[in-house]
Write a protein of this length. Structure first.
Length: 136
């Protein structure tokens, strides 16, 4: 099985956003390695000391439909076209806002990578959810 790595543009929400008109999006790496753990995804945030979180792929998928959380990770939809992922650590909280389409595209690719023998069937739930979200 192949590793899926996708770059997505995201906004890291901080108190500094209150002072700035509009903060530029930053590149975030979304990664899925079915050989390491077929049930988990990884999100890597940029910075001098890049932060990386690994959590359940199903948590990400559930959080695109309704608020969901487990341990240090929370995911919820933000309107019709965005989603928020909140990471808690001893250093504080990182709140990251993504375009929902980027996360759905990533999830679809993870299901295709995890089940190469039947990609259409395994990707169908994510594909239907993406179409429903875009229709509103």
């Amino acid at each position: 099985m192949s590793v899926v790595e996708q770059y997505a543009r995201a906004h890291i929400v901080t108190d500094a956003d209150l002072l700035a008109e509009e903060q530029d999006a930053v590149p975030v790496v979304l990664k899925y390695d079915p050989d390491a753990d077929p049930r988990s995804v990884c999100v890597r945030l940029p910075g001098r000391q890049a932060h990386e979180w690994t959590f359940s792929r199903s948590l990400l998928e559930q959080g695109l439909r309704a608020p969901a959380g487990s341990g240090e990770i929370r995911v919820w939809p933000c309107g019709r076209v965005q989603a928020v992922v909140e990471f808690h650590s001893a250093q504080g909280v990182s709140v990251v806002q993504f375009d929902m389409k980027a996360l759905m595209r990533f999830l679809r690719r993870t299901y295709l990578a995890a089940a190469p023998a039947a990609p259409a069937a395994s990707a169908a739930p994510v594909e239907r959810e993406a179409q429903a979200q875009l229709r509103g």
